[in-house]
Design a protein around this ligand. Structure first.
Ligand code: HAM
Length: 423
């Protein structure tokens, strides 16, 4: 019987994982510089958490959750995103009593039962940040600034930032009504999904991709013109801070998000490359979520970035990644010297070097062939003579140049070889 990975999941193979590690390391480093701290949350949570947090009217809750009952009959769901779990952890662990704002980042897998496409998977990875406890526009802009620094350091430039304000519970109900009034006479021209959204969440009509719905959305009233004075002031301050930091943006008054918790600022980083899933990263403010989940009224803002999409984008742009490093040294040995080979390998590895040696009981000829395939940079052959005399030869594989060494000085030799390799 042959098994294959479930539809919508992917293996990240050794040839690719170095790229993942370098993206993650860069992200962690930028988060560190912005004083963000890592939070790790469970892969599954109670189903109700997402129904409440992400919102009952969203596609995620209605169609895409991986929900199940455990053996005790508890309704659970594999997380479709990170924000709801982070807010749950914030409340459950009393983080609200720590100095605010709380700046948190995470690296999570997420699960959504979506139609498979390039850049759209059923299990995917998100790198995200949540800043909990500040209502000020500085918090929104600090996050966007963190993302700009991250994209800059990774070498990604061909994308743009789209930004909008979708108001607050003060000004949104009137806007919702204005949208319903606008769409009411055109209900028969909408797709099935949008007819459902019309009742539940008319804002989502604005980001439907169906051509007939799109045409209507182009003429629809926009929230930006109907913001209450507080939301308008917040919005203007966000824009002027972005200007002050030299971060360019496009105002997209039709940008709404597929999750219910957003208030005021929403944004997306969209690729300029055609043929990819455009949105690499998305987020916004969610001032009502902490309260909705049982906490005190606490403003918050955050984003999440799809790692698969980011990597596709980088590859599409030909941005190079660090490659897997080959071993510095391969220690080949005859069976009677295998203990010494393992001892010397351990010594080199403990000193921080990538050392390979045979662990398959191969013949000397097969070991040398294997060392070549692994693109080892140096080779040391251990025979009886070498053990007896304590001297051996190290061969540089690129040009067969040989040097004689004392085995007792292997660590110092490795230090020198590594330095030379780096030159
Ligand atoms: P989201 O827009 O649903 O927002 O997802 C954020 C990012 O995750 C997307 O921009 C995309 O790059 C990636 N993504 C989403 N679905 C898939 C998929 N099926 N396959 C591959 N990548 C995908 C959120 O999840 C919010 N929690 C963001 C946030 C954090 N807002 C505030 N804080």
């Amino acid at each position: 019987m042959k098994y294959s990975a479930p539809k919508g999941t992917r293996d990240i193979l050794p040839g690719e994982s170095k790229a993942w590690q370098s993206v993650e390391a860069l992200f962690y480093d930028v988060c560190r510089r912005y004083a963000y701290h890592e939070i790790r949350i469970p892969t599954f949570e109670s189903t109700e958490l997402f129904e409440r947090g992400v919102g009952g009217s969203t596609d995620i809750v209605q169609k895409e959750m991986y929900s199940f009952e455990d053996k005790a009959g508890r309704p659970l769901t594999l997380r479709p995103e990170g924000t709801a779990g982070v807010v749950r952890a914030y409340l459950e662990n009393g983080l609200a009593s720590e100095a605010t704002p709380l700046r948190l980042f995470y690296n999570v897998t997420a699960f959504r039962y979506e139609k498979m496409q390039k850049g759209r998977y059923r299990e995917f990875h998100q790198l995200g940040c949540e800043c909990i406890g500040s209502a000020a526009p500085e918090a929104d802009v600090e996050l966007i600034s963190l993302l700009s620094v991250f994209f800059e350091s990774i070498g990604l430039r061909d994308f743009h930032l789209e930004i909008n304000s979708i108001g607050c519970p003060e000004c949104r109900p009137a806007y919702r009504e204005a949208l319903r009034d606008y769409y009411q006479p055109h209900l028969q021209d909408l797709c099935d999904d949008c007819r459902r959204r019309f009742d539940q969440n008319p804002l989502r009509l604005l980001d439907c991709k169906e051509p007939s719905c799109r045409k209507l959305a182009d003429q629809a009233p926009v929230q930006l013109e109907r913001l209450c004075p507080d939301c308008r002031e917040h919005w203007q301050e966000v824009l002027s801070l972005l200007d002050a930091l030299g971060i360019s943006y496009e105002i997209n008054p039709r940008l709404v998000r597929g999750l219910d918790y957003y208030t005021r600022t929403v944004f997306e980083f969209v690729s300029d490359q055609v043929g990819t899933q455009g949105t690499i990263c998305a987020g916004g403010r969610y001032d009502g979520l902490v309260e909705e989940m049982g906490g005190k009224e606490t403003p918050a803002v955050g984003f999440a970035m799809g790692v698969e999409r980011l990597l596709l984008e980088l590859r599409g742009r030909g941005i190079p990644f660090p490659e897997e490093e080959p071993p510095l040294l391969f220690i080949a040995a005859f069976p009677s010297q295998k203990e010494e080979a393992m001892r010397l390998s351990q010594l080199g590895r403990a000193a921080g070097y990538i050392i390979d040696t045979d662990i398959c009981g191969r013949s000397m000829k097969a070991q040398l062939k294997y060392a070549n395939r692994r693109q080892t940079r140096y080779l040391l052959v251990l025979g009886e003579e070498e053990i007896k005399s304590g001297c051996a030869k190290i061969k540089r594989m690129s040009d067969a140049h040989e040097i004689s060494i004392q085995l007792i000085e292997l660590k110092e030799v490795l230090d020198t070889l590594q330095k030379e390799e780096k030159l």
